[in-house]
Write a protein that binds this ligand. Sequence first.
Ligand code: SIN
Ligand code: CO
Length: 424
Amino acid sequence: MPRRPLDHPAGTAEAAVAVPGPRAGSSTARRAEALSLPPSPDQPTPLLGNLSPSQFMRRYWQKKPLLIRQAIPQIAAPLSRDELFDLAGLDDVEARLITHFRNKWQLEHGPFEPDELPSVKQRAWTLLVQGVDLHDDRARALLDRFRFVPDARLDDLMISYATDGGGVGPHFDSYDVFLLQVHGKRRWRIGAQRDLSLQEGVPLKILQHFECDEEWLLEPGDMLYLPPHLAHGGIAEGECMTCSIGFRAPSHSELTSQFLYHLAESGQTSGSAGDLYRDPQQPAVAHPGELPAALVAQVSKTLAKIRWDERDIASFLGSYLSEPKPSVVFDPPARPFSEQRFIALAGKSGVRLDRKTLLLYDRRAYFMNGEENSLANVKKWLPEFADNRSLSAKRFVTLSGDSSVTALLHEWYCAGWVQVGELA
Ligand code: SIN
Ligand code: CO
């Protein structure tokens, strides 16, 4: 289901390959599965049809689709139908209702009161709830399994609920997606067509001519990976729920305009404060409406002086990609523990990043929820915190000898960016 504007021309896709179900995994793989950890890069995993993440990235990522039978055996939907409906009623949750009644597509945006949704007995409707990982730890834990892809690319976990015959029509997306069946059955059809023209006069992006090359019925635990711009459509066979793990790919034009904005904000485009346009040589004019050529020449020289390097680009990308979505609101504790109490509790149960927190780093800096800071003083623990999204109690105790570490973690805890305790 499209969430972002198109940014690339249409591409072709190779035929999908069905990979058999899981073999008995190694003990490391089993532990990772149990803890919802991402598999390590060279560890074959049922999640990817017994390919390792490295093999998957090399062979399929951004290249061709992959059907994985029983990627997560015995999976249960992270949220029940009623919990999903409740979420769709909240103001800060992006929810859409798509109906296909009497052959007519309709789209409505939430929030939805439970009585605003059609009856679950009615056929052919779908509720899409975006960013479920921001609101539910079980959904966040499921998203975490896909962290073999850099966090900078990870977008969100969307859950769709559909009644029999429900779907969003044949379409294409401009991002990579894993479609994980978590309840009931859905028939997916895909096509490697080049013609991506869309139907006119419908409120959804639906392909004018969809040509199906392959189709599969996905059951709970099955998963389909699709690269960007591959035509697809899924239709529920009975009531079903699908989790869609999506990856963002900002367009070149978005990156360029945001980067220039970042440069301007950080004062790198303005020269010294007193610098003004000057024209002591301006002659009197007979055509006052004409733009002076000297003005254009002088401003061109000023703009040509703007310089940036890779550090500026990294600083921009870190801040931009760790910026929470506009709808995100953190929940700071109403009555936060004192730093002393926080240290005692974290020493017993560890700390973790709040599910809404975005934390990236590079060699020089770290970027937390859009804010950049130097890595110099936190180098020995912050990369580990960002990669694992938690610090165990034992690790916290080791680090707590340094009061600058505990003060910073306490500050983040008071802001609602960090929570006490590791995920169960
Ligand atoms: C998708 O096609 O991208 C997801 C749609 C759905 O889950 O219904
Ligand atoms: Co889609």
